[in-house]
Design a protein around this ligand. Structure first.
Ligand SMILES: Nc1nc2c(ncn2[C@@H]2O[C@H](COP(=O)(O)OP(=O)(O)OP(=O)(O)O)[C@@H](O)[C@H]2O)c(=O)[nH]1
Ligand SMILES: [Mg+2]
Length: 368
C-alpha cells in the first residue's frame, strides 16, 4: 500500500519510482486517480447520444454544421463549443459530436462536445521564423482535407512560384495531396509555370471563364478539397461555378494586381449531384508561413530534389555554403531545375530568420 505521503516522495524521485514500482505487486499499488482522469459522470451519458456533425463554417464562436447522417437536404445546425472542450480549437472540416438541439430550427443551438481525431491538419504560420512571436502564431486553416487545391492566376495577379512552392511544402507536410489550379488562362499561357514544375508529377488544371470544368470536377469528386491562394486569383469565382447556389462574394483586382480580400472566412460547400465531395473556399493569403515545418520536412515539398540528398554527408544542412551538399551537383547535372533549388534554399534561410545573401530583399522573384 502506498500512502499519499509516500507517493509524493516517490513522484519527486521519478526514476526511483519506476524502479521501486516493480518491487510491488500490481495490487499493492493503489494510486488515487488524478483530478483530470476522473470520469465525468455528469456529462458522459449525454455524450453517448451525441450525433455526428461536420463543421462547414465558423463565425465568431458559432459553428455551422451539417449532419452527415441526416441527408443533404437536412437543415444546417448552429452550435457552440461546450466548455469541456477547453482550449481545443474547432475549425472548418472538423468532424464533431453534437448534443442539445440539433433540429436546425431557427434559433436552435447545439453544443460541440467532442472533436474526432483529424486525418489531416493544414496549418500555416504568420511568419517563417519560429523564434519570433509571429512565427509561433500558428493557424489551423482546415482539418480533414484530402486535397489542397493551390489556386494561382496566370495573370492579374501574376503567378508566384515561391508561393506555390510553400503550399506544396504545407501539403506534403500535412499529408494532403496537392493539385495546381491555374486560373485566368484566358489572360496568359501556363507555359512558364508548368516548365518550372516539369520534374514534379504535379497534377494541374487550367481554368478559363468559359472552359468546361469536367476535369476539375472529376478530381474533386468524393473528396474534401481546400482552395488556397492569393487574394483575387479567382477562388470564389471557381466555387460559384462548381456550386451554383454557393453565392460566394467575388471581388475585383486592384491596379497593382492585388485582390481585395473579398472572402473573410473559410466555408465548406457540398459539391452538387453525385460528386459527393466538399470544396472549401478560404480567404486569400499574402503568404504561407512555414515556421511549423521542420528543416527536414521542408524537403518533402521538393520531391524533385529529395533523391539527390542520399549523396549528402550526414546531417548536411543543404545550404548554399555547404560545399559537400549533393544538391548542387544534382542540379548541375540537369536533374532538377536550379530555380527549384534556389527556392528551397530561400525557404531554409527564411525559416532560420536568415536572409539569403543572394536575395537582398529576402523574397523570391514574383513573391509578395
Ligand atoms: N479573366 C478572368 N478573370 C477571372 C477569372 N476568374 C476570376 N476572375 C476575376 O478575378 C476577380 C477576383 O475573383 P475572386 O473569385 O473574388 O477571387 P478570390 O480568390 O476569391 O479572392 P479573395 O476572396 O479576395 O481571396 C474577379 O473580378 C473575377 O471576375 C478567370 O478565369 N479569368
Ligand atoms: Mg474569395
Amino acid at each position: 500500500m502506498v500512502r499519499d505521503g509516500d507517493r509524493q516522495e516517490l513522484t519527486r524521485r521519478g526514476d526511483v519510482l519506476a524502479t521501486r514500482r516493480r518491487e510491488y505487486d500490481e495490487d499493492d499499488v493503489r494510486v488515487r486517480p488524478g483530478k483530470s482522469s476522473r470520469p465525468r459522470t455528469r456529462t458522459r451519458p449525454r455524450h453517448e447520444n451525441a450525433v455526428d456533425g461536420f463543421v462547414i463554417a465558423v463565425d465568431r464562436g458559432r459553428y455551422t454544421c451539417v449532419l452527415p447522417d441526416a441527408g443533404p437536404d437536412a437543415p444546417t445546425v448552429t452550435a457552440m463549443r461546450a466548455r469541456e472542450l477547453g482550449r481545443k480549437s474547432v475549425v472548418v472540416g472538423d468532424r464533431v459530436g453534437l448534443v442539445g438541439d440539433t433540429s436546425g430550427a431557427p434559433g436552435a443551438l447545439a453544443r460541440i462536445v467532442r472533436i474526432a481525431e483529424r486525418t489531416s491538419v493544414l496549418r500555416r504560420t504568420a511568419e517563417d521564423d519560429a523564434t519570433t512571436a509571429e512565427g509561433r502564431l500558428e493557424r489551423v486553416v482546415v482539418a480533414n482535407a484530402d486535397q489542397l487545391v493551390i489556386v494561382s492566376a496566370l495573370a492579374d495577379p501574376p503567378p508566384r512560384t515561391g508561393f506555390i512552392d510553400r503550399c506544396l511544402v504545407a501539403a506534403y507536410d500535412a499529408g494532403i495531396e496537392p493539385l495546381l489550379c491555374l486560373t485566368k488562362a484566358d489572360l496568359a499561357g501556363p507555359e512558364a509555370v508548368l516548365d518550372y514544375y516539369t520534374e514534379l508529377e504535379l497534377p494541374y488544371v487550367l481554368i478559363r471563364p468559359d472552359s468546361p470544368l469536367d476535369a476539375l470536377r472529376a478530381l474533386l469528386a468524393g473528396r474534401v478539397s481546400v482552395l488556397v491562394g492569393h487574394s483575387g486569383v479567382g477562388k470564389s469565382t471557381l466555387v460559384n461555378r462548381l456550386v451554383p447556389e454557393a453565392d460566394r462574394a467575388v471581388g475585383t483586382v486592384s491596379a497593382i494586381g492585388r485582390g481585395r480580400h473579398t472572402s473573410t472566412s473559410a466555408v465548406a460547400l457540398r459539391l452538387p449531384d453525385a460528386a459527393e465531395g466538399w470544396i472549401i473556399d478560404t480567404p486569400g493569403v499574402r503568404s504561407f508561413g512555414l515556421a511549423h515545418v521542420s528543416a527536414e520536412s521542408l524537403l518533402h515539398g521538393f520531391p524533385d530534389l529529395v533523391e539527390a540528398t542520399v549523396d549528402c554527408p550526414a546531417n548536411c544542412p543543404h545550404t548554399a555554403d555547404e560545399v559537400d551538399c549533393a544538391l548542387d551537383a544534382w542540379v548541375a547535372a540537369g536533374k532538377a531545375d536550379p530555380r527549384r533549388l534556389a527556392s528551397y534554399r530561400r525557404l531554409l534561410a527564411s525559416r532560420s530568420g536568415e536572409v539569403d545573401p543572394r536575395e537582398p530583399n529576402r523574397r523570391g522573384p514574383g513573391e509578395e
